[in-house]
Design a protein around this ligand. Structure first.
Ligand SMILES: NC(=O)C1=CN([C@@H]2O[C@H](COP(=O)(O)OP(=O)(O)OC[C@H]3O[C@@H](n4cnc5c(N)ncnc54)[C@H](O)[C@@H]3O)[C@@H](O)[C@H]2O)C=CC1
Ligand SMILES: O=C(O)CCC(=O)C(=O)O
Length: 525
């Protein structure tokens, strides 16, 4: 019998749905990691919220596990690459708690504007401190929205109802969507300088971790108020505390913390800080929505193989699957390569299929490219919803097929046009099933994309390889493979270096500071 464990507090509807579908369910909330590891081997499915952390170590003991279902949005508590490697589908429920979380952000903004929690506590103590609690109005103030996806766009709508002006920074926000939302699309620095209130609605990724720090706070208006109902770790808590103490930041409202559960935190006890214990999604309605949705999705997958809202696998029919499998990996890698390098709004992409691949069902491949491309920007993208998300973000997607082969018997080329540039990347299959990159920005290069890749563009001049090697050796970073390509002798060149382990930002900076280097970035696959 199929067996599921619910390891976080979910609405009882989830258990009922599993049971109605003939699935055995255990509910065991609050397990220590070691206890969970001990029992996880019995289960085909694991239903969680944010308290359970699904690590590579846990997955090693999960020999029967087929699906992890997150009743909620953020899946930063799940090691998705490790789950993918073990063939475990990771699903989330991308929309069930968006309204509730947006409402919490608005409530937190009001609470910090009028010091409601502090005034509440004082009044309960019988102090009647009318003059202590002087607030500010929201009317006519500028709200800076960082991240304008599902939750951010609802917050923008509600804030406009309160007659606030909304400016938004989101690399994926198109001018058309900004207009539709009634917000002004701005760059990050402009947002920081304009906003009276700043609210964050991005996932926690390598790109957003520590985004609000000493430097970004310095660019904010004096007396700014900051709201974070997204994820801890996006705001540097030590830097925020310093800015609160210096009076630069007038108040902060935080639902999420660097370390959760947050039992102690340097910001606790600070009179300018309003805190809630990760309550963004905590409404009866949202919890009912996400519990029902996750149970239905997991039951469908476990009983019929149907896939909805999966973050790490494509939806493909059983017949096409074996033929498409190596191409799916290649397509996702090409998208991910371009997505990780893209730092401005994408206007359009063109996917060209040449030779053998042009004769296959390329629809899932387009979806795989899009999912790879959009994943660095949003937790919610999967092979199924990637085209919808691309459409919502006004990204034009064009597909070109040519069954004649050129230099390679089969080739996928991705061309991404952003607000600033056009970038192409192509790949083929070696030996019928081994994905290889064969071209980047018109420059020929042959490389396998593995877990940690250092991508560098530079001028083709003697000495660079030695300098790169020296920096990496000094940092103890082992080079597994080294691939080079150049447009012409002495011209633009690039390298893809496969590393055994990631390198930190300081080493990357050293590489970027080399006179011959124009760009260097660590990519993960
Ligand atoms: N406090 C709570 O209980 C809850 C927190 N969340 C958090 O809220 C986050 C956002 O949720 P949704 O709006 O549903 O996700 P979404 O995927 O619809 O929107 C996220 C947006 O952030 C943008 N983004 C990514 N990197 C960015 C960057 N560096 N700068 C500016 N924008 C960037 C993306 O382009 C995207 O538009 C989730 O990832 C989750 O971590 C979600 C639900 C409940
Ligand atoms: O499940 C919760 O309470 C948290 C929800 C959340 O953070 C999410 O959906 O990303």
């Amino acid at each position: 019998m199929v067996k599921v464990l619910i390891s976080d507090k979910l609405s009882p509807r989830a258990k009922e749905i599993f049971e109605e579908r003939g699935i055995e369910v255990d509910v065991n909330v609050g397990l220590e990691p070691a206890q969970l590891k001990e029992i996880i081997g019995q289960y085909d499915g694991l239903a969680i919220r944010s308290a359970t952390t699904v690590t590579a170590d846990l997955l090693e003991s999960a020999e029967n596990l087929k699906v992890v279902g997150r009743a909620g949005i953020g899946t930063d508590n799940v090691d998705k690459p490790a789950a993918t490697q073990r063939g475990v589908v990771v699903m989330n429920t991308p929309f069930g708690n968006s309204i509730t979380t947006a409402e919490h952000a608005v409530a937190m903004m009001m609470a910090v504007a009028r010091q409601i929690p502090q005034a509440n506590e004082s009044t309960h103590q019988g102090k009647w401190e009318k003059s202590r609690f002087m607030g500010v109005e929201l009317f006519n103030k500028t709200l800076g929205l960082i991240g304008s996806g599902n939750i951010g766009s609802i917050v923008a709508d509600r804030a406009q109802g309160l007659k606030m002006k909304v400016v938004a920074f989101d690399p994926f926000l198109s001018p058309e969507r900004a207009k539709e939302m009634g917000v002004k699309k701005v760059e990050m620095d402009e947002l920081l300088s304009l906003a009276d209130f700043i609210t964050i609605h991005t996932p926690l990724t390598d790109g957003t971790r520590n985004m609000i720090n000493k430097d970004t706070i310095a660019k904010m208006k004096d007396g700014v108020r900051i709201i974070n109902c997204a994820r801890g770790g996006i705001i540097n808590e030590a830097d925020l505390l310093e800015a609160l103490n210096a009076g630069k930041v007038a108040g902060a409202a935080l639902d999420v913390f660097e370390e959760e559960p947050a039992k102690s935190n340097p910001l606790f006890g600070n009179d300018k800080v309003v805190c809630t214990p990760h309550l963004g999604a905590a409404s009866t309605e949202a919890q009912e929505n996400v519990a029902i949705q996750v149970a239905e999705q997991m039951a469908d997958y476990l009983l019929t193989g149907a896939v909805t809202n999966a973050l790490n696998i494509p939806s493909v029919s059983a017949e096409d699957a074996p033929k498409l499998k190596p191409y799916m990996i290649l397509a996702e890698q090409l998208g991910s390569f371009a997505g990780q390098l893209t730092e401005s709004g994408i206007k359009g992409i063109r996917i060209e299929f040449e030779g053998q691949v042009a004769g296959l069902n390329t629809k899932p491949l387009v979806q795989a490219v899009l999912a790879g491309l959009l994943r660095p920007m949003t937790d919610c993208v999967n092979m199924v919803n990637a085209p919808v998300i691309a459409r919502e973000r006004s990204i034009d997607v064009a597909e070109v097929k040519n069954d004649r082969s050129s230099d390679y018997h089969t080739l996928i080329r991705l061309v991404v046009t952003t607000e600033r540039m056009e970038r192409s990347v192509s790949g083929t299959l070696f030996g019928g099933d081994k994905p290889r990159i064969v071209e980047i920005k018109g420059i020929g290069i042959e490389a396998e994309l593995t877990k940690h890749m250092l991508y560098t563009t530079n001028q083709d001049k003697p000495g660079l390889i030695g300098e790169l090697g020296t920096i990496l050796a000094k940092a103890g970073a082992n080079i597994a493979t080294f691939h080079l390509g150049r447009a012409e002798e002495g011209g633009d060149a690039l390298s893809l270096i496969q590393l055994d382990a990631p390198i930190d930002e300081a080493i990357l900076k050293e590489i970027r500071d080399l006179p011959l280097v124009s760009q260097s970035k660590l990519l993960h696959f």
